[in-house]
Design a protein around this ligand. Structure first.
Ligand SMILES: Cc1ncc(COP(=O)(O)O)c(C=O)c1O
Length: 410
């Protein structure tokens, strides 16, 4: 056995134990696409999906992808430098216009788009300032920049969604330029970033605000263009990063900014230059969803908000704790690892998938079920889930907040 086998064995102790107890809840295998699928032959409604408008499986989206497979197959065998198509460029132009930015660059994932944006700008003259709940792509872009010889920006964190805390950091930063990295909607908590306050503070300290709006795209603002439209802040944030992996039905990253900023990232970001270009069938799917958003965006957003409001009212009046959520992402807080796993397992037995989010994904005591409402959920889906949550919430003492008496050890 080599040291990597030994290390892997050691590191996997917690996962092995969970598997032995048959309580390992991840990597469940879907047998079809869509919010209504099967696992092990049993029908399941997925409440942890990010297909917020339920458009991923729309027949028009699939047809566009199939046509693109015929024309370009599933890959271009190279990076965008030598594998750009008219479809990529056309989509970039349309996205820039829809979001209201001068320019757009499409990456192969949102994760790479954020890393590219950070690494292209962060150097010795830069302080990167991150919200404490920053997504992994923001953290990894920051760590990559910090570990790049000759660049090494200063790295600081501020308390989650706290303008006061951000201001304290800006006052004490040690480098000339500041880049502040926040999110439109935080994916695990479902709370909106206080972007209005951050725009105002960044303007006072001449800092550049970068907003990751992966979860706001298609879900916020009258037309669905995101948090900036929702807060009336169009034109006031220099860089927005988003993704095709949620509302846009596939995979891919979106970088939005001025012509020069985007052009610089295009020529400097290694996560763009040294990774294969986005497959055209995926570009075609995103383009088709963009068509739908251009014509019916307001209708989809309204439907999503109505459904989310219904679910929120039902769950909060039943006594569930939805944490800091004020969007369609509404985690059901169980605040205990075993309660969360029991809830997840019982719900799945009844055909409802709500993925447990546990330590180290969240702090100990903040364990929760991931519950995202989408346009693809029917009234029946929601009512069924609500009734099941209520029954098991009571059975496993999630509603009362008590310790799980009968299951306590010792
Ligand atoms: C806030 C946020 N940013 C970025 C990403 C990464 O997007 P992608 O799936 O396109 O890599 C995600 C996806 O999990 C996300 O939740």
């Amino acid at each position: 056995m080599s040291w990597i086998d030994e290390k892997a064995h050691l590191e996997l102790a917690r996962i092995r134990e969970a598997r032995e107890k048959q309580s390992y809840p991840y990597f469940r295998e879907f047998e079809s696409g869509g919010l209504h699928t099967t696992i092990g032959g049993k029908p399941v409604t997925n409440f942890s999906s990010n297909d917020y408008l339920g458009l991923t499986n729309h027949p028009k989206v699939k047809a566009a992808s199939i046509a693109a497979v015929e024309k370009y197959a599933c890959g271009l065998s190279s990076s965008r430098v030598q594998a750009t198509t008219v479809e990529h460029v056309e989509l970039e132009k349309r996205l820039a216009k829809w979001y209201g930015f001068e320019s757009c660059l499409v990456f192969t994932t949102g994760y790479q788009a954020m890393i590219g944006a950070i690494v292209a700008f962060a150097d010795k003259e830069t302080t990167l300032i991150l919200d404490a709940y920053a997504h992994a792509c923001i953290l990894d872009g920051t760590f990559m920049a910090a570990g790049t010889p000759g660049r090494q920006p200063e790295v600081r964190f501020f308390n989650h969604n706290s303008p006061k805390s951000l201001e304290r950091i800006l006052k004490t930063k040690e480098r000339k330029n500041a880049m502040v990295l926040v999110e439109g909607i935080y994916s695990l908590d479902g709370d909106m970033g206080l972007i209005k306050e951050f725009v105002e503070i960044c303007a006072r300290y001449d800092a550049v605000l970068v907003v990751d709006d992966a979860h706001g795209t298609g879900t916020l603002g009258r037309r669905g263009t995101g948090i900036l439209e929702h807060l009336g802040l169009e034109g006031q944030v220099p860089v927005v990063v988003s993704t095709f992996s949620k509302t846009f039905g596939g995979i891919g990253g979106i970088l939005l900014g001025s012509n020069e900023v985007v052009e610089h990232v295009k020529n400097a970001a290694r996560s763009f230059l040294f990774s294969a270009s986005l497959p055209v069938p995926v570009v075609a799917a995103a383009s088709t969803i963009l068509d739908m958003l251009e014509t019916d965006g307001p209708k989809y957003v309204k439907e999503l908000h109505q459904k989310a409001e219904y679910m929120r009212t039902q769950l909060t009046s039943a006594g569930f704790d939805l944490g800091a959520s004020n969007t369609h992402i509404m985690p059901v807080m169980c605040r205990d690892e075993r309660k969360t796993i029991f809830m997840h397992t019982a719900l799945l037995e009844c055909g409802v998938l709500m993925v447990p989010i546990l330590y180290p994904g969240v702090k100990v005591g903040e364990e929760r079920l991931r519950v995202n409402i989408t346009c693809g959920h029917t009234q029946e889906d929601m009512d069924n889930a609500i009734e099941l949550l209520k029954s098991y919430g009571e059975a496993f003492f999630v509603l009362s907040g008590d310790e799980i008496g009968p299951y306590e050890e010792g």
